[in-house]
Write a protein that binds this ligand. Structure first.
Ligand code: ADP
Ligand code: AMP
Length: 210
């Protein structure tokens, strides 16, 4: 596929080679905590009915809500509070179940996954390859400010200063290597712009796929 230039807000100037895994219906969505992954995935899923948005964090929080007294519920809750990465097999199994529940969808946006190399490997073994990785990039101070603002009302146990610092460190240490691993397949946009501007760029990427 010929390389295309989108606009100056794209961090990587060229589009990845979408033709490498043309049969894959999986798009990983990565970026730091607060980069706008959930916001943009919700926008895309609302606009395009064949897109399914699956947030790894939401699936884990649902699991905690189901059984906070269970050993697994306690383990996940501890990991979330400390910004740590939940075991790969737990997260991949939850994603696999959620995908199976939506057999009619054309594209699965897997938001906040894989957060570490081991998860990427586990997913490739249990499910398959991703088509490409959507990466939203924003400076730490912008992301921190957004999460603290959200924390005023979100009731999330990790939207506080202490947890955010830990989440940013885990992101830098463990998630950035995932971006490097998939660098041939990464399409990257600046997330520190108005929501509508980011969404317009994403429309250009997803319209041809849905
Ligand atoms: P992520 O899923 O990457 O952690 P979210 O999409 O949940 O991030 O966004 C975190 C917070 O920042 C939310 O309160 C959201 O409303 C806000 N937000 C998201 N995108 C933007 C944006 N482009 N500009 C300003 N605020 C944003
Ligand atoms: P998020 O909802 O993406 O902000 O994620 C909140 C928290 O859920 C993270 O800090 C992790 O503790 C946990 N989490 C989210 N996604 C994953 C994942 N892919 N693997 C393991 N843990 C995750």
């Amino acid at each position: 596929m010929a390389l295309q230039r989108y606009n100056n807000n794209m961090v990587t100037a060229d589009l990845p080679d979408f033709s490498k895994f043309p049969d894959s219906n999986v798009v990983f969505v990565l970026g730091g905590p607060g980069a706008g992954k959930g916001t943009q995935c919700a926008y895309l899923a609302e606009k395009y009915p064949t897109i399914c948005h699956l947030s790894a964090g939401d699936l884990l929080r649902e699991e905690v809500a189901k059984g906070e007294s269970s050993e697994l519920g306690k383990e996940i809750s501890y990991m979330i509070k400390n910004g740590l990465i939940v075991r790969a097999e737990v997260t991949v199994q939850l994603l696999q179940n959620a995908m199976a529940a939506h057999p009619d969808k054309k594209v699965f946006l897997i938001d906040g996954f894989p957060r570490a190399i081991a998860q990427a490997e586990c997913f490739e073994t249990m499910v398959g390859q991703c088509r490409f990785v959507l990466f939203l990039e924003a400076p730490n101070d912008v992301m921190t400010e957004r999460l603290l603002e959200r924390g005023k009302t979100s009731q999330r146990i990790d939207d506080n200063k202490e947890s955010i610092v830990k989440r940013l460190k885990v992101y830098a240490d463990q998630t950035m290597p995932v971006i490097e691993r998939y660098k041939e397949r990464v399409v990257s946009f600046r997330g520190d712009r108005p929501k509508e501007e980011v969404s317009a760029d994403l429309d250009a990427v997803f319209e041809p796929l849905v």
